[in-house]
Design a protein around this ligand. Sequence first.
Ligand code: THU
Length: 133
Amino acid sequence: MTDLSMRDAALAVYENAYAPYSRFKVGAAIRTEDGTVFQGCNVENVAYPEGTCAEAGAIAAMAAAGARKIVEVYVVADAPLPVPPCGGCRQKLAEFSDGDVPVTMSTLSGMEDKTTVAQLLPGAFDAGHMANT
Ligand code: THU
């Protein structure tokens, strides 16, 4: 998907979130270096730990399409304040992003906070830490 704004892409997939347990729907859009936008929503499960986050879904769609380099992230949720990615998703985003990749967190009403992947995960564990293996 290339001709869709990041916010529109995140809002569209937000509608498909499967969140019967938390009732907290999240939509995420990830843009890669060729401009393609991948979407993901949270998909919960009655076995609660098996649920997956919106960001993880978007990353899985990106990887399945063969893309590897994230250049922009947009997340939307129905919350009073913009919702930041969870710790696990921060590590997942860092796997495919440079530190300066912009991350916009937003509410349904349009309130936005902007940060970067590096700000979300300072001191990230990366492949360099396994140099001796
Ligand atoms: N969730 C996401 O999908 N992304 C986030 O950034 C924060 C949390 C989901 C996981 C779960 O389905 C619900 O929100 C409540 O934690």
